[in-house]
Ligand binder design. Structure first.
Ligand code: NGO
Length: 528
């Protein structure tokens, strides 16, 4: 071989070894995804997202396109790439992420399959929600720099292997009380993003209480004009116009989250009673209330105007609600005698049903008759949940001593109440909906919800301190089968979310029970 040939050979070797970079070895089983996926097999290698990665959709469908854009936005902002989606049937040989809506019978509702190889990623699901959850898994498999908006160095590696995943419960929710303190639409949207990240799919909004009425009702305008004008502590309150509310509903719906709106009746109604004199038995409007007592107010259950009122409210609310449920509250009606409460709740359920919606109510509603589709939300008394089950109702699990996000972590932590319990991160995680009370079995349960009441929190930063890090645990209880839920395993995964929480700017409680751990950066292994 002459000298020239040798040079050519050397150059081709160099070019070849630079362009075909060996995939970086990575172990998918070391992931810290929350909720823990149902099954996972590691293949020891990795896929790298680069500027040339193609995002391919298998159908020309607008929601699929939305999902493709959601994924490219997620990737493009921190990588600085300009990835685009394309719809095509012929897949390239390598370097693509394929989103596939499939009718395959081994896929279940909201579930997904991920096949990650050094050449490509295939994400398959039966429905759009499943694809969205698969994207959330990819997000958590990527380095937490993916959460940032400014361009980062990368590389953007995802460990190879396969994941098959689907939820245990159909209702995986949280609640925000926007009545005790008003939360701006942008704050609610941020909460929606947090729920989406952990594959939760319901946000219950507590829209009215003694201290404030937060949703515009066009046929009863003083509810918000007057009843929405303050909040706990005397601040200015606020309310959602129907337009802003519809935007929140849409934002949630795009992220596969259904808003469950609550108008709490017949108690917890002082804001309405202060706005309209005729809703009071004595025809006198009450004063606005900015304290935190409960159980002192009631609609006048034997006046016909009361039923006209709730009919108008639920009609307007139903028109704003794509979801199947409307929540009627029904808790702590201490000044409504039981003989008035029962027929009132019976009639309220029929009114909601007449507007095409199913009813959820706090567990006290089980004293009334139950319409066939009514759901009892257990917060205080398991006995009420059992009473509802006997009458044919299903149960939503939110026991205050385990699932209330507004309980303090311990006696020294900021924000929150402790009337039900102190709920440290382990205590919030270590329980199971099917065994926590006798007589409430898997078949009776539609899912779990973690309510956040807002007597002690005035904005989303304060809310975050109570939400994080407990929310991911509730999401895991709702998603992951009980045999895969184990505190020691969970706490390590949670601890590894620290860098991500920091980059997301989340104000979380740094519990000593969690082994917080800065994230390992793959890029250091790469540089040679
Ligand atoms: C109770 C009460 C709410 C309080 C909350 C505080 C229910 C269903 N009713 O839960 O009005 O805000 O506790 O933790």
């Amino acid at each position: 071989m002459n000298f020239k040939a040798l040079i050519i050979l050397a150059i081709s070797f160099l070019v070849f070894s630079c362009t075909t970079k060996e995939p970086v070895p990575m172990d998918l089983s070391e992931n810290h995804v929350i909720p823990r996926p149902v099954s996972l097999e590691a293949a020891g290698s990795s896929f790298e997202i680069t500027a040339k990665t193609k995002i391919i959709l298998n159908k020309n469908d607008s929601t699929l396109q939305w999902l493709g854009n959601y994924l490219t936005d997620m990737i493009n902002s921190p990588t600085g790439y300009k990835l685009k989606t394309m719809v095509t049937e012929d897949t390239p040989k390598k370097g693509y992420i394929h989103l596939v809506l499939s009718e395959s019978t081994d896929l279940v509702a909201e579930g997904y399959q991920l096949d990650i190889t050094p050449e490509s990623i295939t994400l398959k699901a039966k429905d759009h929600a499943g694809l969205f959850y698969g994207i959330q898994t990819l997000r958590q498999l990527l380095n937490s720099d993916i959460e940032l908006n400014e361009q980062q160095a990368g590389p953007w590696l995802i460990a190879s292997g396969t994941i098959e995943d689907y939820p245990e419960y159909g209702y995986r929710g949280a609640m925000l009380d926007v009545a005790r303190h008003f939360f701006e639409p942008e704050e609610v949207k941020l909460l929606i993003d947090y729920l989406a990240m952990f594959k939760m799919n319901r946000l219950h909004l507590h829209l009215s209480d003694d201290q404030g009425w937060r949703i515009e009702i066009k046929s009863w305008p003083r509810l918000t004009e007057h009843g929405g004008s303050t909040e706990v502590g005397g601040g200015p309150g606020g309310f959602y116009t129907q337009e802003t509310y519809a935007e929140i509903v849409k934002y949630a719906e795009e992220r596969f989250i259904t808003i469950v709106p609550e108008i709490d009746i017949p108690g917890h109604t002082n804001a309405a009673l202060a706005s309209y004199a005729e809703l009071n038995c004595n025809n006198k409007a009450t004063e606005l209330y900015t304290g935190t007592d409960v159980g002192f107010s009631t609609l006048c259950t034997d006046k016909e105007v009361t039923y006209k009122f709730i009919d108008d409210v639920f009609r307007e609310l139903a028109a704003l609600t794509p979801g199947e449920y409307i929540h009627i509250g029904g808790d702590e009606s201490h000044v409504t005698p039981l003989e008035d409460y029962i027929p009132f709740i019976n009639r309220a359920q029929k009114i909601v049903e007449s507007h095409g919606k199913k009813v959820i109510g706090w567990d006290e509603i089980a004293h009334a008759d139950m319409l066939p589709n009514t759901v009892v939300q257990w917060w205080a008394k398991a006995e009420n949940a059992r009473r509802g089950i006997e009458k044919g109702a299903k149960v939503l699990i939110s026991p205050a001593h385990k699932a209330y996000l507004d309980m303090q972590y311990d006696s020294t932590t900021q924000f929150g109440l402790h009337w039900a319990a102190y709920i440290e991160v382990d205590s919030g995680y270590i329980w199971d909906p099917t065994t926590i009370a006798s007589g409430i079995d898997r078949d009776d349960i539609i899912g779990i919800e973690a309510p956040l009441w807002s007597e002690t929190i005035a904005d989303i930063d304060e809310a975050e301190y109570l939400i994080f890090p407990r929310l991911p645990g509730y999401a895991e209880i709702a998603w992951t089968p009980s045999e895969l839920r184990e505190w020691d395993n969970y706490k390590n995964r949670l601890g590894k979310q620290q860098t991500r929480f920091n980059k997301m700017g989340i104000n979380y409680y740094e519990s000593e029970l969690v082994p917080w751990q800065p994230e390992k950066v793959e890029s250091t292994e790469l540089k040679n």
